[in-house]
Design a protein around this ligand. Structure first.
Ligand code: HEC
Ligand code: HEC
Length: 272
């Protein structure tokens, strides 16, 4: 933790800085972080076992940013995407004018969400094989099994559904163990919502160096302290003109201190 005191903003009184780090230390788990990508998915797993892994993936890879899983709430639910409870029931024979079986439809929903846009929703879902979810092939199979379990029974094994066209099997796996901060930024899904280019809005604000300097100054913080706060406690301060509560709230629990420092140093040190 010692090196983290380097984040102390010279503009802040020491007492506040110390208080901040006491709070911050409590946010960061002291145990080793288990990267979500390390889920052990093997060829011999049964569909039911795969579905268990699939549930973890759906919760860890940002699907719940947009989807709800609320039994009895209908397709609409309360999210930006359809309520996934009972999706297997309502799509038991696929969709009109599209895939005619549940499995084919689910696979299409993950690889090519825009191919069939559910009525009443807009075409905003990113392909699950790209950021922020970045599912590898085995992970897609596990997620299909989990979705089948929502109102039906998981039935697919590794190899039963097509691989994504042209994509390597599990691109995210390497990123998880890579100390490269840019890979960490990508594997955590930051890149799915933030550009590093000046002036380029995605779902969240651009994190180019100048924008970060201005946002931090407006909050009377050093860039590093502002980054730490924004990552571990996004609700503490929300940028105007952006959707509220969209940035995942659990990075404080998912990152260990070394990873957080790597990210913060990288973003704070970029020249734009
Ligand atoms: C940015 C918001 C967003 C994210 C993130 C997202 N989705 Fe979606 N999803 C939607 C929207 C909106 C629709 C409906 C429009 C469409 O069909 O493309 C949808 C449709 C679906 C459907 C079809 C549902 C139906 O009732 O037919 C499935 C299945 C699905 N998503 C699964 C997932 C999974 C699994 C993930 C995570 C890997 C995910 N989505 C991530 C917004 C999102
Ligand atoms: C699902 C989308 C999403 C993901 C994933 C996401 N963010 Fe955000 N982020 C946002 C939105 C929206 C805002 C603006 C609202 C707010 O301040 O909470 C934001 C705000 C921020 C800010 C404050 C910027 C400013 O100018 O006020 C920082 C810094 C930030 N995010 C960093 C990150 C990092 C680093 C990651 C990955 C570890 C990440 N975000 C992942 C959506 C996301």
């Amino acid at each position: 933790m010692k090196s983290l005191t380097a984040y102390g903003a010279p503009v802040l009184p020491a007492v506040i800085v110390v208080g901040f780090f006491v709070w911050f230390a409590n946010w960061i788990p002291q145990t080793r972080w288990q990267p979500p990508q390390k889920l052990a998915i093997t060829e011999s797993m049964t569909p039911a076992e795969l579905a268990v892994q699939g549930e973890t993936l759906v919760r860890q890879r940002g699907c719940m940013t947009c989807h709800t899983i609320e039994p009895g709430a209908g397709v609409k639910g309360g999210g930006r995407g359809p309520n996934l409870a009972e999706v297997a029931l309502r799509r038991a024979s696929g969709v009109q004018g599209g895939p005619g079986t549940l499995v084919e439809y689910l696979v299409q929903s993950l690889y090519e969400p825009g191919a069939y846009v559910v009525e009443g929703f807009s075409n905003i879902m990113p392909a699950s094989t790209s950021a922020p979810a970045k599912l590898g092939y085995e992970e897609v199979v596990a997620v299909v099994d989990y979705l089948q379990s929502l109102g039906g029974r998981p039935s697919v094994k590794i190899g039963d559904v097509p691989r994504p066209s042209g994509a390597p099997a599990a691109p995210a796996a390497a990123a998880a163990t890579d100390p490269d901060p840019r890979a960490l930024f990508d594997s955590l899904g930051c890149a799915g919502c933030h550009s590093l280019e000046a002036g380029k809005k995605v779902l969240g604000p651009s994190l180019d160096a100048e924008a970060l300097r201005q946002a931090a100054a407006a909050r009377s913080m050093s860039v590093e302290a502002f980054l730490v706060e924004s990552i571990v406690d996004p609700k503490a301060y929300e940028a105007k003109d952006y959707p509220s509560g969209v940035m995942p709230q659990d990075y404080g629990a998912r990152l260990n201190a070394a990873q957080l420092k790597l990210l913060v140093d990288y973003l704070a040190g970029r020249k734009s």
